[in-house]
Ligand binder design. Structure first.
Ligand code: PMP
Length: 431
């Protein structure tokens, strides 16, 4: 595969953009380096790079692209909003409509506020929880990534873990001391953290279905216990559903796990590919937020007509019958095929999958927490990633990320992908 243009553009990018990329994981550091492919066009399940190579895409832009690239309904909504003016700085009718759609789909969000990214959404839920409880500490689970704000970039997952820098420079120790990190799926550790810090804990921050050390589901009862223990101690429960909302069902992971948090943070899919975030929760908590309450949060771009129109259009597409059944069917095909080929070539492979999202780990161990995901074979994953790329399959460049299917993928795409998997596994087995 010729990637000369990508090589040249990456060289140029490195002169002008720090590290040549605008988000670190794009530099392939998580898979041993290499030249990041510069994509030029995306449509449906496919990418075309600047050298004219075609790829089947499973990155899904790290999650938002569930309807497929350049979905006509979403593209039309964005184009129309461009001609209507993309930014007003005033309230608009569309924001009301979108807020109602979100509330209907996620009933625990009694009041919402739109922001511009998942990072902002999570960051603000923590501020609001602190304002509401008049406490400062936050408990999170190891390996879960909640954006790059100071407080949550402690023992963080996919991006930072891949880079081998779980804590970022530039974050004061005093802030890190406000965060307690415990293993996911481990009630006793959580209970202990609450016993030690209970009176100071404002909130526990949870990815109800983990997406950031691969797809990892909570053990039965785990999230209910987390809710009960947190509430008994007077702490709030915040669900970070930036990845999970509308990924597995038309609604949130709350529908699947049967537990409701006090607040929820959203992003990714709800923008249909444009920048967005949202947070919401119980009315009495959300009334802490300005202009009603003392917790300040604002945004020039927040609720901009383009992102809102794109988000509404995306949810309209997802609401159509059969969306999640299709994602599940394709996901199962992919999972079964990968496991079959792994057996054929005697490779240690585990697949964690929920509907149209899955993670391939090179390991013999079941993956239930970050430590196990971390122990899976990263060198083998890196080789696999590059072999697949050469076969025209674009995966996320990290052993901790998920493959995201879209409704644009077809059974033929899966078959083509599985051929590439077989070829790559064969190579790996012979190395
Ligand atoms: N929370 C979770 C669970 C995420 O996966 C991410 C991004 N990968 C974020 C928050 C941050 O979102 P954003 O990149 O839009 O700031």
């Amino acid at each position: 595969m010729n990637i000369d243009q990508s090589v040249a553009l990456y060289k140029e990018a490195e002169e002008h953009i720090v590290g040549g990329v605008n988000s670190p994981s794009r530099a392939y550091k998580g898979v041993g380096g290499g030249t990041p492919i510069f994509m030029e066009k995306a449509e449906g399940a496919y990418f075309w790079d600047v050298d004219g190579n075609k790829y089947i895409d499973y990155l899904g832009a790290y999650g938002p692209i569930i309807a497929g690239h350049a979905h006509p309904h979403i593209a039309k909504a964005i184009a129309e909003s461009a001609y209507n003016g993309v930014l007003y700085g005033t309230p608009t009718k569309l924001e009301n409509r979108f807020a109602k759609m979100l509330k209907e789909a996620i009933p625990s969000m009694e009041k919402v506020r739109f922001v511009n990214s998942g990072t902002e959404a999570v960051m603000t839920t923590i501020r609001v929880a602190r304002a509401y409880t008049n406490r400062t500490k936050v408990i999170k689970f190891s390996g879960c990534y909640h954006g790059h704000s100071d407080l949550v970039l402690v023992a963080a997952g996919s991006g930072p873990a891949t880079l081998g820098t779980p804590d970022s420079a530039g974050i004061p120790k005093s802030i890190a001391q406000e965060v307690i990190t415990v293993p996911f799926n481990d009630v006793e550790s959580f209970r202990e953290a609450i016993e030690v810090h209970g009176e100071d804990v404002a909130a526990v921050l949870v990815e109800p279905i983990v997406g950031n050390f691969g797809i990892v589901e909570p053990k039965p009862g785990f999230l209910q216990e987390v809710n009960d223990i947190a509430h008994d101690a007077g702490a709030l429960v915040i669900y970070d559903e930036v990845i999970t909302a509308f990924r597995f069902t038309y609604g949130s992971a709350q529908d699947l796990v049967g537990v409701e948090p006090d607040m929820t943070a959203l992003g990714k899919i709800i923008g249909g590919g444009l920048p967005i975030g949202a947070y919401g929760g119980r009315v009495d908590i959300m009334e802490q937020v300005a202009p009603l309450g003392p917790a300040y949060q604002a945004g020039t771009m927040a609720g901009n007509p383009a992102s809102i129109a794109s988000g509404i259009a995306c949810l309209e597409v997802l609401k159509e019958e059969g969306t999640y059944e299709k994602l599940d069917k394709l996901g199962a095909m992919l999972e079964n095929g990968i496991l079959d080929h792994a057996r054929t070539y005697a490779l240690p492979v585990k697949v964690n999958r929920l509907k149209g999202a899955l993670t391939v780990y090179f390991t013999d161990t079941e993956i239930e927490n970050y430590e196990q995901a971390e122990a899976s074979n990263g060198d083998m994953f890196s080789r696999f990633f590059h072999l697949m790329l050469q076969e025209g399959i674009n995966l996320a460049p990290s052993k901790f990320e998920a493959w995201f299917l879209t409704i644009a993928h077809t059974e033929e795409d899966i078959q083509e992908t599985l051929k590439a998997v077989e070829k790559s596994f064969k190579t790996l087995a012979n190395e």
